[in-house]
Design a protein around this ligand. Structure first.
Ligand code: S3P
Length: 192
């Protein structure tokens, strides 16, 4: 079992598109009485554009620059005491410079994993039902190839959790057990 670092400031959720980072994150944050943050939201606030627009207007490399800067800013803020569950976009924990920053901050990282067919099905559903725009969704072949290429990086996370066919609440319960996060916390982080 992975044990919790003594003064944990954040838990970082990583994984491919459709892994459930943005569904698991808020439920885990609620358990911890911490805030939830999606790094893509910070990027959009800083750049004053939607992620899809950054890709369209400036290209992926510009998005990666914005993503790296947003991550740096977030990690800096965590040093001043705020506690958060953070969901990273699917390409963030792939860039060596980002992995380096997170490892240097000594924060626990959780790789939410699922079979690539399920990830694809979830993303297609989100795009059809919620109009979610993912610039890198592309074709099923490209999606599979990108997943295979990235998986080795995701495996550097402190913990891997299989999410295939599981309800969000069950994934969170598993994560709490694996990271030894204990009973629900009160506002100041005390258990209740
Ligand atoms: C990306 C995933 C997206 C978003 C951007 C790039 C990627 O986030 O950051 O479109 O490279 O896989 P989600 O993983 O939340 O879809």
């Amino acid at each position: 079992m992975t044990s919790r670092p003594p003064q944990m400031q954040a838990i970082i959720l990583v994984g491919f598109m459709g892994a459930g980072k943005s569904s698991v994150g808020p439920v885990l944050a609620e358990h911890m009485s911490w805030r939830f943050e999606d790094l893509d939201d910070r990027i959009e606030r800083r750049e004053k554009q939607r992620v899809a627009e950054i890709f369209r207007n400036a290209g992926e490399s510009e998005f990666r620059r914005a993503e790296h800067e947003a991550l740096q800013e977030l990690l800096q803020e965590l040093q001043s005491g705020s506690k958060k569950v953070v969901a990273l976009g699917g390409g963030a924990f792939v860039q060596e410079s980002n992995i380096g920053l997170i490892e240097a901050a000594n924060l626990p990282t959780v790789f939410l994993d699922a079979g690539v067919d399920e990830l694809w099905a979830r993303c297609r559903r989100q795009s059809e039902k919620q109009g979610m725009e993912r610039p890198l969704l592309g074709s099923v072949e490209g999606f599979r190839e990108l997943y295979e290429k990235r998986r080795q990086h995701y495996l550097r996370a402190s913990l891997r959790l299989e999410t295939g066919g599981k309800a969000v609440e069950d994934i969170v319960a598993e994560l709490i057990r694996a990271l030894d996060l204990g009973p629900r916390r009160g506002r100041q982080g005390e258990t209740k």
